[in-house]
Design a protein around this ligand. Sequence first.
Ligand code: ZN
Ligand code: FE
Length: 254
Amino acid sequence: MQIYRISALSDNYIFLLFDVAQKNAAVVDPAEAAPVLKKLEELDATLVAIFNTHHHHDHVGGNRALLNRFPDAIVYAGVHDRGRIPGQSVELNAGDRVQFSDRTAEVFFVPGHTRGHIAYYFPPVANEPGELFCGDTLFSAGCGRLFEGTPAQMVNSLSQIRALPDNTRVWCAHEYTLKNLKFALTIEPHNPDLQARFAQVQAAKDQPTIPADLELEKRINPFLRWDDPKIQTAIGQTDAIATFATLREKRNQF
Ligand code: ZN
Ligand code: FE
């Protein structure tokens, strides 16, 4: 399974999964159809599936036009997004499995950004790392805003992600990394891993930073470290949920 990263709208990423032998493709969160259709043509590929993580327009905006061109494509999305996903054909629950090419993804229910948000996790095989498509749940050095969920829900969702193996590539749906790193440095100015990542991203401005490396995220992302005493001290909280909530609040104001 090859994965292509396609830039869309102002700062979205669409991910195209490609089965080289079958010339089949699947797409994760098509914000818009045009750049996907272009890539499919380039690859001479047939679109067989759309994997949506949540109902926001910048994740499903291309569904209709893609279905017009590929009417047999199956549209996967969460059961709690029923009625909010154009063309949805399968309603997924936590623990369900979906197949693409020779890989099988596990479905995680990760509410917080929205109430029906799901993520797709392909465990590692042979020489390939694990792949996580998490929509707007986790960003590099950040996390999604809480539009329809509570801090406690988001912490629970992010704990599921944090529990995944280190060798997981995180395919976040937006390029927010530089701003997230600047914010993270206001919380932890002396974290050497964070400083190094900031220097690297800053030096390679305009270069994509996605996929993120989960092993590194566990060290630099404050939104994965609500129970770390260093973060709690910096925030002035002792409770995990309160720490997370305060962090999120501060990021909203940043
Ligand atoms: Zn969203
Ligand atoms: Fe989004």
